[in-house]
Each structure stands twice: as C-alpha cells, then as structure tokens.
Write a protein of this length. Structure first.
Lengths: 371, 326
C-alpha cells in the first residue's frame, strides 16, 4: 500500500516537472533569423545594451525588431519592457530607459521632464507602428456588413439595439438583416485600442457619440472582455455580437467596412498607412518631432481612419556616444523597409509609407550623439 | 528506544530533566523562526498595503476624480470600492451556495458510502482539482463551459424571469457573475471536500454503531451521529473555501464582463466585478495615484479575508468540544 502511494507521488512529481519544462521551451520569436542577412554587412556592427519600455501594443512587433536587429548586430542587446504607455513615458522621463514606446503623445509636463532627461534637448515622437483596428462582428447569415460612423457610434452607444434597425438597413441596401439583438462588446481593461476607437467615434460621429475619448470604455452594464484575445473570443462566443480589435487578430470573424467620404473602406494596411500620410503633423512640437494629428474624420478616398498609431520616443541628443549610436541604429532598423516588414509579419501592423519613412530618417539623422 | 535509556539514567539522581542535544536546539530554533517569519510576512504585507494605500485614502473626491480617471462617477474612494466589495462577496456566495452541498455529498460518499479502495483514489482525484491553476479554470470556463451554460441561462431568464435575480435577457455569451460563481464553485470544491471528509471520518464510531444498533438506516445514522458532530467543521471548511473564492483573480477576470453596480442581476453582463480581478485588469496601464487606489482595494480585500477567516476560527472554537479538529 505504502509503495503504491509513493509511486503515485513520484509520478505526479515527474508529470509536474514535464509540465514545467514544457513551459520553459516557448519559442521566443518566430521568424527572427530571416532578417539580418542583407543588412549590416558593410557597416560596423553595434554593441552594448539598450533598454526601452512602454506600450504593450508594440510588444509583438518589438520582439521581431529586437530579433532582426540582434541578427545584424550580435553584440547589441536590446530589451523592451511592455509596461504600458504611461509607465513607459515615466521611465523614459526618469532616465531609466533610453527610449519609450507610447500610444499617445506626451503632454506638456512630460515634455518638460523629458527635456531635462535629454540634457536640455527635446524628446521626439517617431510614428513607427501603425495598426488598423477592425470592427469585428459575429452575425449568422451576414457576410458583408457596411457601417457609417454614425451607425457605428449608435451601436456602441447602445442606441441602436437591433440588427434590423433602419440605420443599419440604410447602410446595407439589399442585405437581409436578422431581427436579432445587437450585443456590443468592449475591452474591460484599459487599452490603446479602446482609446483610438473612441477617439475615432468622437471625431467622426460627433452627434451619435457623446462620450470623451478614453482608454476606458465609458459605458457600464455591457459585455466586455480582457485583452484582444478575450474580446475576439467573446465576439466569437455570442450571436449578434460586435466589437473592435487589432485587424490582424480578427481571425475568421466578419469585419465591417467603414464609411469614409462616400464609399465603404475595408480595414487594410494600405488604407491605414494612407490615413497617416493624409493627416497633418501635430503643431507646436519641436523640430524633428513627427507626432501626428490623426484626421479621424477624413473623407479622402481609400483611407481607413480607425487606426492605432504608436510612437517610439527618443531624445534629440545622447551624451553617451555608444548609447546614442545604438539608439540611432535600432530606430533606423525599425524604420527600414525590412524592419517594417518584420513587424507586419509578426504583429500584422501596417508598414509606414515611403514618404513617412524619409521624414523619419531625416529626424533620426538629426539626433546628436556625444557632446 | 534503547539509546535513550543511558542519558535518562544519568539525570535520574537530580531533578527529572529532559536531555538537551544540539538537534533539539536547532529544531526548536528553526521551528520558532518559521513561526515568527510567517507573522513577519503577514505584518509586512499589511504594512505595505496600508503605506501604499495611504495617499489614496487622503485624497478628497475632487482630487481623486482628477488623478485617477477610471474611478468614473464615484464620489469618493469608498464609493469606488463599494460595488467591488459587493461583487466580490456576491460571486463568492454564489460559489459557496453551489459548492457546499456538493462538497458535503462528495465527502460523505468518500467517508461513509464508498468502498475503502475506491474512496482513497477518489479522494486523490478531488485533491487533484485543487492543483489546477486558476488560469486554466478561466480558460475552461470561457471556452468550454460558457457555450453550454447559455441555453440554461436563457431558459432561466425566459421561464423564471419574474424572479428579480433572473431577470433577462440572458447574456450571450454568458459572461456573468453566475458563470464566475460556477467556475469558482468548482475551484473551491476540493478544499471544502477535503476538510469535510476529515471531519466526517472523525465522527465517533461508537455513536454511529449505537445509532445503527437502535435500528437507524444509514441516512438516519449520518443525520443523527455524523452531521451534528461535524457541523462546525463543515462550516469552517466552507469558510476556507469562501476565503479562496474571495481572492480569486484570473478565473474571474477571464469569464466575467465587469461592471461597477450594486446589482443582483446574475444573468446580465457588466453588472458586478470582483476586487482581485479588477486589480489585474487595471494595474497594467495604471500609474501614480491609480496604483495607490488599486492597492487600497487590495487592502479592503485583505481585511475581508481576514475577517472571514477569523469568523471561521471563532465558529470552530465556539464548538470546540464537539470538533475533532482540535
């Protein structure tokens, strides 16, 4: 009897050990080794340690960038701590990290702190991660759904509660819509996706969306879920559900076309990159700062205005020459065609356009290194 | 046994004294150190919570709204914590209401009905439930359980909707407090079962045999001899389960659409939220005062669990003379 029991315990321990080792073997980055071969062969490769922190939206892309950059510069170690935009900007201001990733632009106070941290020069925003946000839905029998901004806002403000509502019918001529209740799903955690989505609703549907843009969903008492995967799973789990998520995570859910100007536009990388090009730069920012004043209510053809733009924030000068070179090298790689392609593959982001790239390159060039 | 004879003989002439060897000293010291350490850790956690929560406690309502944007319409810190406490307790009570009867049944089956050999392995299986990480329960609840619950919830809302708590329409997918309660019930089942089983096994065999000898059926014997004896033990088992249900994070965060309302609607989404899950959701994007507010909610949870556990202890000690646990 005793022996049997010990045998059982031993089996349990062994099973536990197996489970633990299985956890440790996670592949860190997929497709990381495909980069590098082309770049960096002629330049002297960089070395040293570079630390960044910030937005979790960039995490998947950042993993790919770090892997690609590391392949070209084996001596350089770049780390990125996805602590969230706010915490990333704080750490950058404190000088704990050399660059920050952020979904939103620094406010005046943060700019002042950053200036102090950067030895009297300004910190600048570089828009290097553009991700379209798709309006996903799960409605049996409806393949193509088209929505105007006002209808979309009405649905998410729970004014439009049934799928055969007149407003939705007007957007979808010739489509039979079921008499079913609409279940809007939002994110339950604070997120950049929510912030950008509500920013869009507030700008494009002024009358139908009375709430302030915010990273927290402004309404209570509805369906919500944690994280993009949780939201997608919730939309999947119900019938008549609608939500918003990174376009790359939409999976096999229906994706609604959104009305821009006179036509309905699909969420795509090109359309997302285009709206960034169409938008003016933010005014009153230091030279070289490329913070974008996104034109959410754009009517330009072929643009998709529900996008998340995430920045890398860097100093305009680095006293430590080695650190500065490393920052410049890394950010250049991120902005390069190869870097953007890596991010598209890993995170489904939209590669920046060539126009924007040349602007970013000029900004990177202007970063002063050493004193 | 033979080795202890010699030193005992040596000390016989004087006072009767227990011999001291290095092993005794080391052992008593390490045992004491372990005991003190656990108190120190508890105190350190409490101090940490109070110190970190203090800035939030001192804020007045205007500052609070300004510094922490997600408190919403809450006028004060207590206003914000109130619904969270309500949701935490509601989810835990639902879990307890479901889990306790089942756990008692399982424990009775193991202690009094099942054949010996089956009972042992059955006990292992129940204990195994406790070893499953809560995030797995969350996944299980979200991916497997939910689609199966919806028809049931829908039926409840349509047919029993006149009872206020079942007011529909039922959420689809059913990310409601009732789902969270069911998942929590499964999670606390092992601990309640394990403790109840131990208590049932300690029911005096003489009483049981006496009851049977007087012509009682097995059910009557259990009702007369086992259950009264074990009552306080079962209550404290349920309290232990309650403690775990109160503090559960991941499973709740994964199956519940949160909301901050004092609402008894258990079939509707976005009505309630539990403290631990709220911290998990808000913490990643919080900074500054937001963190202090979250830690304050953690302090409240700490106090609630402390009170629940003390209550359990008190109930047990009140009936100590009946309980086999002491």
């Amino acid at each position: 009897m005793k022996r049997i029991r010990y045998g059982r315990i031993a089996a349990l321990v062994a099973a536990g050990a197996l489970v633990l080792t299985a956890c440790g073997n996670d592949p860190v980055v997929a497709g990381g080794d495909s980069g590098g071969n082309g770049g960096g062969s002629e330049e002297t490769s960089l070395s040293g340690e570079l630390a960044g922190a910030g937005a979790s939206s960039q995490e998947a892309a950042m993993q790919a960038w770090i892997a690609g950059f590391g392949a070209a510069n084996p001596e350089a170690i770049v780390t990125y701590d996805a602590v969230g935009s706010g915490a990333g900007r704080t750490q950058f201001g404190e000088g704990a990290v050399a660059f920050a990733g952020s979904d939103s632009v620094m406010d005046d106070e943060e700019r002042a702190t950053a200036k102090e941290r950067c030895g009297g020069t300004d910190a600048i925003h570089l828009p290097l991660y553009i991700s379209p946000i798709a309006v996903v839905y799960n409605l049996e029998g409806v393949e193509d759904l088209q929505l105007s901004p006002a209808t979309l806002a009405g649905i998410f403000n729970r004014e439009i509660t049934n799928w055969d509502d007149q407003a939705i019918k007007a957007d979808n001529p010739g489509v039979t819509l079921p008499n079913k209740r609409i279940i809007p799903v939002n994110r339950s955690d604070e997120s950049g996706t929510t912030e950008n989505f509500t920013e869009y609703l507030a700008a494009a549907a002024v009358e139908a969306w009375p709430h302030e843009p915010s990273g927290d969903w402004p309404l209570q008492g509805g369906q919500s879920a944690q994280g993009t995967s949780g939201l997608v799973q919730t939309v999947q789990g119900g019938d008549g559900t609608i939500g918003y998520a990174d376009a790359s995570k939409a999976g096999n859910l229906g994706v609604a076309k959104i009305k821009v100007g006179d036509s309905y536009v699909e969420a795509s990388s090109e359309a997302a990159a285009k709206v960034v090009d169409e938008s003016p730069r933010l005014e009153g920012v230091p030279e070289g700062d490329l913070a974008i004043d996104l034109k959410r209510d754009t009517t330009a053809e072929g643009t998709y205005p529900i996008v998340l733009v995430s920045y890398l924030i860097v100093c305009k000068s680095y006293e430590d020459a080695a650190q500065g070179d490393l920052v410049k090298g890394f950010v250049s790689y991120v902005a390069s065609e190869e870097g953007q392609a890596q991010a598209e593959q890993a995170a489904g982001s939209a590669p920046i356009s060539d126009t924007l790239r040349s602007e970013v390159e000029a900004s990177i060039e202007s970063i002063a290194v050493g004193s | 046994m033979t080795t202890t004879g010699e030193p005992a003989a040596k000390s016989r002439p004087g006072k009767q004294r227990t011999p001291q060897r290095p092993g005794d000293l080391v052992f008593s010291f390490s045992a004491k150190a372990a005991g003190v350490l656990i108190l120190l850790i508890l105190a350190a956690v409490a101090v940490f919570l109070v110190v970190q929560a203090w800035p939030a406690i001192q804020l007045d309502s205007a500052e609070l709204a300004e510094e922490v944007h997600w408190v919403g319409d809450a006028e004060s810190l207590l206003d914000y914590v109130g619904p969270l406490v309500f949701g935490t307790v509601l989810a835990a009570l639902i879990a307890l209401a479901i889990a306790t009867p089942i756990a008692i049944g399982v424990a009775l089956f193991i202690s009094h009905y099942a054949p010996r050999r089956l009972a042992t392995s059955f006990g292992y299986v129940i204990d195994l439930l406790a070893a499953i990480p809560s995030v797995v329960y969350g996944l299980w609840g979200g991916l497997w359980l939910m689609p199966k619950l919806y028809p049931v919830f829908d039926w409840l809302a349509t047919n029993l909707g006149f009872i206020p708590i079942f007011e529909g329409p039922a959420a689809d997918p059913p990310r409601t407090i009732l789902t969270a309660g069911i998942v929590l019930a499964v999670m606390i089942l092992p601990i309640i079962t394990a403790v109840s089983r131990e208590v049932f096994l300690q029911a005096p065999t003489l009483h049981e045999e006496a009851a049977l000898a007087l012509g009682a059926t097995r059910w009557e014997m259990i009702r007369m001899a086992v259950l009264p004896f074990a009552r306080s033990g079962v209550i404290s088992a349920a309290m232990l389960g309650l403690g775990r249900a109160l503090g559960e994070t991941m499973a709740v965060a994964m199956v519940l659409s949160p909301g901050l309302l004092y609402s008894f609607l258990i079939l509707r989404p976005g009505q309630q939220q539990n403290i631990a899950a709220n911290i998990a959701l808000k913490f990643p994007e919080s900074s500054g005062m937001g963190v202090n507010v979250l830690i304050f909610t953690g302090l409240v949870l700490f106090v609630i669990t402390l009170v629940v556990n003390m209550l359990a202890r008190w109930i047990v000690s009140r009936r100590a003379e009946f309980s086999g646990a002491n």
